[in-house]
Write a new protein. Structure first.
Length: 247
């Protein structure tokens, strides 16, 4: 239940995160007069608040854990590479200008892509109260298999959102160079996906059957095309059978 105390703590944490990230990036950039950086921070902050308000309080407590559990590869590395992506982008756009700037239209498209990715991640977190940053079975919280929402289409929608959001962050701020740490982030996430998939198959009841039904790990597989083809073939075969009543 979301009590008044819980909401006050939530807003305090949101304000602290937003202020800290904004201060870091503006200091790295050396200026606050960067529209692309301001637009990114506003979008990030708004979606962060929406996510924090929407998710289950138990999940919020689980995600607030700062320690990295044994068996959870790359949590620290992912955080570092994400911050490095933003820092490199801000410094490149604000100070160094080593590479040719990204067109403004592409920056806006990337910002929309970033917002869509965060919306997908928020959707996954809302329907899945066990969306933990640690790879573990949350038996104390009644951990169970989630198959609704985006999980009907692919097994890891949150990781797909991350793989899109971080490179899009680099481009939205306006830096080609920041794609380097963004690529490192994606490699860490891809490694983590494999580790989590193996763990869930061994530990979570029903996951093996779910894996057979939802074949897409990070991207939906269009299995309906094969079914449609089979239905069309069956329909054509049936139409070729002579109607005995006309004979």
């Amino acid at each position: 239940m979301k009590t008044t105390v819980y909401l006050l703590k939530l807003f305090a944490r949101w304000a602290t995160l937003t202020f800290s990230l904004s201060l870091l990036l503006f200091l790295v950039a050396g200026t606050m007069r960067l529209p692309s950086l301001r637009n990114y921070l506003v979008t990030f902050s708004a979606l962060l608040l929406a996510t924090m308000l929407a998710i289950d309080p138990g999940l919020a407590k689980e995600r607030s854990r700062t320690s990295e559990r044994i068996g959870t590869p790359g949590r620290f590395a992912a955080s570092v590479s994400f911050l490095a992506t933003l820092a490199v982008a801000a410094s490149e756009v604000g100070r160094f200008h080593w590479l040719r700037p990204i067109p403004v239209a592409m920056q806006w498209i990337s910002l929309l892509l970033f917002a869509a990715a965060l919306a997908l991640e928020m959707w996954a977190m809302v329907v899945n109260p066990f969306f933990s940053p640690d790879i573990r079975l949350q038996s104390e919280r009644g951990h169970r298999l989630i198959t609704c929402g985006p999980y009907r289409l692919l097994r890891h929608p949150g990781y797909l959102a991350m793989l899109v959001a971080v490179p899009a962050s680099a481009l939205a701020i306006g830096s080609w160079l920041a794609l380097v740490p963004a690529s490192a982030f994606c490699l860490v996430i891809l490694k983590r996906v494999g580790a989590e998939e193996e763990f869930l198959q061994q530990s979570l009841a029903g996951y093996g059957e779910y894996l057979g039904k939802v074949r897409g790990r990070l991207f939906p597989r269009m299995v309906f095309r094969r079914r449609l083809h089979q239905e069309l073939v069956s329909s054509n075969s049936a139409s070729q059978i002579p109607d005995r009543r006309r004979l």
